[in-house]
Ligand binder design. Sequence first.
Ligand SMILES: NC(=O)c1ccc[n+]([C@@H]2O[C@H](COP(=O)([O-])OP(=O)(O)OC[C@H]3O[C@@H](n4cnc5c(N)ncnc54)[C@H](O)[C@@H]3O)[C@@H](O)[C@H]2O)c1
Length: 308
Amino acid sequence: MIRIGMVGAGGIAQSHADAIKQNTDCILTAVADINAERAREMAEVAGASWFTDYKDMDCTAFDAVILNLPHHLHCEVSVYFLERGVHVLCEKPMANTLAECDRMIEAAKSAGKHLAIGHVQRYYTAAKEIKAIIESKKYGDLTMITESRCKDYLKNRPKWFLDKRTAGGGIAMNLGAHSLDRILYTTRLAVEEVHALTANPITDDNVELNAQILLRLSGGVSATVSLCGTHVPQEEHETVYYFTDGIVKMQGDQLLVFEDGAFVSRGGEHPLIESQLTEFLKLLRGEKSEICTPEYGREIIRILERIV
Ligand SMILES: NC(=O)c1ccc[n+]([C@@H]2O[C@H](COP(=O)([O-])OP(=O)(O)OC[C@H]3O[C@@H](n4cnc5c(N)ncnc54)[C@H](O)[C@@H]3O)[C@@H](O)[C@H]2O)c1
């Protein structure tokens, strides 16, 4: 039984707690959040202990921690636990800067402990299928990708996401990290060139709400990522992959393939956080795991540093 601690009991943390509860190979033993009510509520359901300062946690009470924190804390808290012999699964994006990523990687190496990053696109059934389609060359060579996502970025958004010091950036740093993950995971191509325009046309917050990104990928493939976070009434997310002999889309979690003159949905289920936990536990047991490595997480930050 692998014992897990959790730091940060906010929005995404509940999905991690639910995944731990459903998984018979692990147990939640401790929770920390500066918000006592959140820490207590999450811990009590699991019979775990709870804290308002992660430095008060007994590091012998868990084998690994999952960090669900504002981005500027990812490095500091990861390094803290790695240095105390605890494996870390840190939510995406890995950190706010490349220098922080390097400190995290170094701390994991020095401690001989695992550090994994919570990039989840690889757990979408549709993303796996698109990756297989690209590899098989079923529709010829991949030539271009367009990714577009719109969402009211301000709605129910915790304040720290809207401050560059704590979030590292706005929609590009947060949702753009998922877009880049999707492109890199499905294509396995290198990003050779990055151009971007970012803007915040509606608030005084010092982070971008809109971003348009142009990427040159290896093999002559190009990609665009358009993110709109202003008060759009309808959330949408679509990635289109253009091949020399075909076209494939991912809409939400759905895979759409163009066949006999029309797009056909192939459906798709996506137990993302559950799948990620399973892969994390495999990593901890020394088994082959698909979980995101820190080197991959660092590559996403390398690209984001040129955008935000
Ligand atoms: N994988 C995904 O699809 C996904 C989805 C949402 C969020 N995220 C990522 O998860 C992370 C957390 O995002 P969220 O939406 O849960 O944010 P959130 O604001 O809802 O939760 C963050 C929690 O951290 C706590 N916290 C702040 N400082 C702390 C400290 N020093 N010690 C302990 N706790 C502290 C806050 O009180 C809050 O409860 C971010 O990295 C975000 O990008 C990932």
